[in-house]
Design a protein around this ligand. Structure first.
Ligand code: UFG
Length: 338
């Protein structure tokens, strides 16, 4: 099997860490990214961390002709890992069309080209958002998908459906849908991490920017939930563990016969509250965070965490890091940024 893998969004947060793990595992990643949510120097960092030269194309995934030039140059690629997408829940409510165009449009371009070039192996970035507000906080892959509460969530459900229908219709795809819980942290080297644009929406970048003095204080969105301390519970997974799961998923797809489209939850299996995240961040990094309790944020699920037994067993993958390391690495990365 050829070791080339096309990675869309390979300069992004999860994409860049996955490219590193693909190289470690002997794959040859080919990055497609247009830097709308990254920076060109991330490519240099990937090369520095991996000590390898990485092929890269500055291309918008919605532009089929441009993406096709990449497929034409690498028709022998073993597979595609498709990260490129918009990911901010709140922004998606303001810009629904942009979200459908980009997230659904890009997926259609990729799947069409995979069919044309007879590339079978596909790994898609989905989200635990597909489970909505679940009846029980711990969800496995059989937990029903619920009606989305944001255009972002709906693009993930739609993309999963399109992939399933495409697989059923053509019978050639070997597709894996990876449902991420909450990715946090950064590379241990502090050379790669998240680059939020403007004011961060997510908890951990908001925490690190507050600790650095870029933000005045963190607001905890609600303390009256029915959880251990009243704040929301999530399953925070180190981005490097998440990245490694992509390599495991790709290898699983390559080694499995037949055509399929299978979902996998990627989480630690452990729920952590917002206050526990803050306390752990303060302890591991030996600092005090300026925060206050505020009102609930609209649309937040009370608590959700993964039953990741399927990924543990079938992909032979487990998380190596806990939240303490993730929060230490996130802070080490933040300190390197200007
Ligand atoms: N939070 C705060 N203050 C902040 C930011 C977040 O208290 O300034 C809280 C939120 O209320 C939530 C927790 O921190 O309880 C985590 O919030 P994030 O925004 O980091 O993550 P979410 O769980 O809301 O969203 C994540 C992904 C989405 C995905 C969703 C599915 O970012 O892509 O999980 O549940 F859709």
């Amino acid at each position: 099997m050829n070791k080339k893998v096309i990675v869309t969004g390979g300069a992004g947060y999860i994409g860049s860490h996955t490219v590193i793990e693909l190289i470690h595992a002997g794959f040859e990643p080919i990055i497609i990214d247009d830097f709308r949510n990254s920076k060109p120097w991330i490519i240099d960092r990937i090369q520095e961390v991996s000590d390898a030269k990485v092929l890269f194309y500055e291309v918008d995934c919605q532009d089929k002709d441009a993406v096709e030039t990449v497929f034409k140059a690498h028709p022998d690629a073993a597979g595609v890992i498709h990260f490129a997408a918009y990911k901010a829940v709140g922004e998606s409510v303001d810009k629904p069309i942009a979200y459908y165009q980009n997230n659904v449009g890009s997926l259609c371009v990729i799947l069409e080209l995979m069919e044309t070039y007879k590339i079978q192996h596909f790994v898609f970035s989905s989200s635990c958002t597909v489970y909505g507000e679940p009846k029980s906080p711990i969800v496995d892959e059989l937990t029903p998908i619920q009606k989305a509460t944001s255009p972002y969530g709906d693009t993930k459900i739609t993309c999963e459906k399109i992939t399933e229908f495409e697989q059923a219709s053509k019978g050639t795809l070997k597709a894996i849908l990876l449902r991420y819980f909450n990715p946090i942290g950064a590379h241990e080297s502090a050379k790669l991490g998240e680059l939020p644009q403007g004011i961060p929406n997510n908890l951990v970048p908001y925490i690190t920017q507050t600790a650095k003095g870029i933000r005045k204080e963190l607001t905890v969105f609600g303390s009256d939930y029915n959880t251990i301390d009243g704040t929301n519970v999530r399953d925070y997974i180190h981005v490097v563990d998440l990245a490694k799961a992509h390599v495991a998923a790709l290898n699983y797809a390559i080694n499995k016969s037949g055509s399929f489209c299978e979902p996998f939850n990627l989480g630690t299996g452990k729920g952590t509250s917002v206050l526990e995240i803050i306390q752990t961040f303060e302890t591991v990094n030996n600092l005090k965070l300026n925060y206050k309790i505020g009102p609930r944020r609209a649309g937040d699920v009370e608590q959700i965490y993964a039953n990741a037994n399927k990924a543990n067993k079938v992909l032979n993958w487990t998380c190596q890091y806990g939240i303490a390391e993730a929060l230490e690495h996130a802070w080490n990365w933040e300190k390197t940024l200007n």
